[in-house]
Ligand binder design. Sequence first.
Ligand code: PLP
Length: 449
Amino acid sequence: ETTGTRGVEAVIADDRAHVFHSWSAQDRISPLPIAGGEGSWFWDYDGKRYLDFSSQLVNLNLGYQHPALVAAIQEQAERLCMVQPAFANDVRGEAARLIAERAPGSLDHVFFTNGGAEANENAVRMARLHTGRHKVLSTYRSYHGATAGSIALTGDPRRWASEPSIPGAVHFWGPYPYRSAFHATSEAEEGARALQHLADTIMVEGPSTIAAIVLETVVGTNGVLVPPPGYLAGVRELCDRHGILLVADEVMAGFGRCGEWFAVDRWGVTPDLITFAKGVNSGYVPLGGVLISEPVFDTFRERAYPGGLTYSGHPLACAAAVASIGVMADGVLDHVRTMGAEVIGPGLAELAERHPSVGDVRGLGVFWAVELVRDRATREPLVPFNAAGADAEPMTRFAAACKERGLWPFVHFNRTHVAPPCTTSRDELLEGLAILDAALDVADEYYTG
Ligand code: PLP
């Protein structure tokens, strides 16, 4: 009996008996057993195939079982599986160089972690030591990870149960034109007022107490919130004026999702630190990291950096990153931009015309949100904020309608996101959009406007 050939009953039995699942009431879940995957598809033990519009957790940017990544991991496994971070290692250095070469400005050094939360955790540590200040500002409607510091930065309900969190975490409102916190009536007004709100927040918190502003370049799970033109440049300017570090969390937005190596490239803004994970190697082996600019690096030339991880720069993970960057450089970023502009964007706009429950469509690259409402005039969300159980039923039924038809959707609150692998073909995207079209009939049933 080996893994993969075991019966589905045994897979379910072991899972239910021994696997403790994230973010879940353990008796209220029934995880779907997955037998395999290839490209943009995975399948269960009945052979039912799903087109993955969620890229697992928006991390599988090169899809399932990409042969170049599998081969790189196999070759590295035969050569050297593990060497601890204090040694120099060929593939770790190569991964760091390839990442740094693609980063803007003087972001030339990489501190590797195992994932996004640890990356943000270390970015905050670096910012505090570099500035000698302790506060960190981040936005409501954000997710930065589930470790103590990263969950403190997080601006969504996942933080609530971890409070009281670390001292010095302060939240402010970022731009969100469809549900403006600033009564803005245009994108430009939203951007300008959001900047004024941030300037005021800095003023009353005390600029000399603030080490960093941490932002998702494009807010991910909390709604694919694309910053209005000028917003990121304005935040950069505020940071420069007050000696505050700008940390761009590109864990979800980076490495292809937005059609760029780094989403900040889209707006020509250079942060002091960039955190990344997920798409850097599609998570075939866990990897994340912090890209460090020259001035922050200088702080740790003669002074030891007080942080480390046993698996920092794991050779198997770095080998997967090297292979992944090679594949992405070979036309994938162009493909993402084209699919976003020619297929997904226009396709979702068409769905909005046909389905009254579609209140807003926004995004770029292979990173889109469809926001569902009960009434377009009031913008009342299809389900309440943080809805669960019976309250979430309209979205649960919508998701079930997608799954029945062979599409695995990403659903969060009253939104469905379109976040397929970067390599998904035009035909596959059209197939997925047609399934969304059919499933949106379920959402329309709740429309009261
Ligand atoms: N930052 C962002 C923007 C994310 O989307 C996530 C995960 O979804 C994280 C950080 C946390 O990453 P990880 O789960 O690898 O710790």
